[in-house]
Design a protein around this ligand. Structure first.
Ligand SMILES: Nc1nc2c(ncn2[C@@H]2O[C@H](COP(=O)(O)OP(=O)(O)OP(=O)(O)O)[C@@H](O)[C@H]2O)c(=O)[nH]1
Ligand SMILES: [Mg+2]
Length: 413
């Protein structure tokens, strides 16, 4: 296995936690590289020439010697000139966080669409970085004013890359058109779609499998669920039918990660488009992960970036079998469960049914002070917009589904 040295810079903008370092090691391993050392520096901001301070270059060289390392991995996006300068100064291969993540995606992509998307992200990321090398090649320019061999080769590389990008975009467009018309047909059939989203490894595919097993039309086909980053790169949609519930479609898709490369989001937009058109989003959160609250925020940021708005969200706090205490800071409406043990899957089916099909009632309620349990139930299972404490009780503005509406009718004013 090739050995990699990881380079981490803590700046005023971003300080790495232990968790970040662990995650970086896992990403490295997912690329079949062995992390042998982390070199860490603290500065206000990256330097323009080497990203890290130039004094660190010697430390890096020594570490390369010591370990016999084959690769340097920078846990950030390097600019074309930083990459170029580093390559000039250091003999072994250098990659950055974006190239690393793109490489994992490339290894995992199975469908034609996923492969095209990854290749598009890789090519567009590399294009300006090849140009970065241009400055060095042009130094070889011959005296007659004609182009030197290095420069000619560079132009050729760039042209090939550009042609390739254009071709990838066209191929992808054809796939997107097919996808859109499939979705249109589904919409015409009025079947609602539920999208599973969340940080990578949260248990989305495991939850999809648990839902599939509940379906009367279960074919035996399951999603790939594995303990590794980015097990899923494809979007898969399946129908769930149940004798006492209304049919719906469920979509499993690629997971998110902290500082997900922008190029990747761009390239995967067509896959992620599915989410923006769903009727309900199930945000799966791994509560056994100490950073689950941060991961929740990261996933929400990605959803915003791909254009999700005004879609109701159900928060599934997953892997409850691995923790002793109920998680804090939970969002609503939510459900605590274990997708692996399939506990509370019936309750999930019920919540999906209610959220998808019941009418929403916007109401004002006045709860007597001794009905704290009901208040807690509302907070967990309805959308509470505003709470004020008045003399006659707790005044609550909230949105209730049919079931809750009937249940608490007596408190509605
Ligand atoms: N203990 C426990 N493990 C779980 C649970 N749900 C999922 N897992 C495990 O967590 C790992 C990741 O599960 P996946 O379903 O692949 O997660 P994912 O969100 O689809 O991940 P990506 O597709 O990589 O984004 C697997 O090893 C699952 O067996 C759970 O409720 N409890
Ligand atoms: Mg998955």
């Amino acid at each position: 296995m090739e050995k990699a040295i990881l380079i981490v810079l803590d700046t005023d903008k971003y300080t790495h936690s232990d968790y970040d370092l662990e995650e970086l090691k896992n990403l490295t391993r997912a690329c079949h590289l062995k992390p042998v050392e982390i070199i860490r520096q603290k500065r206000e901001r990256p330097t323009a020439n080497f990203y890290i301070g130039s004094g660190k270059i010697d430390d890096i060289k020594t570490a390369i010697e010591t370990h016999g390392a084959d690769m340097l991995i920078f846990d950030d996006e390097l600019s074309p000139s930083q990459l170029y300068n580093l390559e000039e100064a250091i003999d072994i291969s250098i990659i950055d966080r974006t190239i690393l993540i793109l490489d994992i995606f490339a290894r995992r992509a199975r469908t034609k669409e996923a492969k095209l998307q990854v290749e598009l992200a890789q090519s567009s990321y590399m294009l300006p970085r090849i140009i970065g090398l241009g400055e060095s090649f042009s130094r070889q320019k011959s005296g007659t004013g004609s182009k030197g061999p290095g420069e000619q080769k560079l132009e050729l590389d760039r042209r090939i890359l550009r042609d390739n990008i254009a071709k990838l975009k066209k191929d992808l467009k054809d796939i997107v058109i097919t996808r859109r018309s499939q979705r249109k047909r589904r919409k015409a059939g009025m079947i609602k779609t539920v999208s599973l989203v969340g940080y990578t490894n949260a248990g989305k595919s495991t939850l999809m499998n648990a839902l599939l097993e509940k379906s009367d039309a279960f074919s035996g086909e399951t999603m790939r669920a594995k303990d590794m980053p980015f097990a899923t790169l494809e979007t898969k949609t399946r129908k769930i039918t149940h004798k006492d519930k209304r049919d719906f479609l469920v979509t499993d898709t690629v997971g998110f990660i902290s500082r997900l490369p922008h190029h990747l989001i761009e390239a995967f937009k067509s896959t992620l488009e599915e989410i923006t058109e769903s009727s309900l989003i199930i945000h799966v959160i791994d509560v056994s992960d100490p950073e689950y609250e941060r991961h929740t925020r990261i996933a929400e940021d990605v959803l915003k970036e791909i254009g999700v708005k005004d879609i109701p969200v159900l928060y599934v706090y997953n892997k409850m079998d691995k923790v002793k205490q109920k998680p804090t800071g939970t969002k609503n409406p939510h459900l605590f469960m274990s997708a692996l043990n399939k506990d509370r899957i019936d309750e999930l089916m019920h919540m999906i049914d209610v959220l998808l099909f019941s009418e929403i009632h916007r109401v004002r309620m006045v709860l007597p002070f001794d009905e704290g349990d009901i208040y807690n139930h509302l907070r967990d299972h309805a959308v509470v917009k505003k709470t004020t404490y008045e003399n006659d009780g707790i005044h609550i503005d909230c949105e209730l589904d049919d079931v809750m509406y009937r249940r608490y009718k007596r408190f509605i004013v």
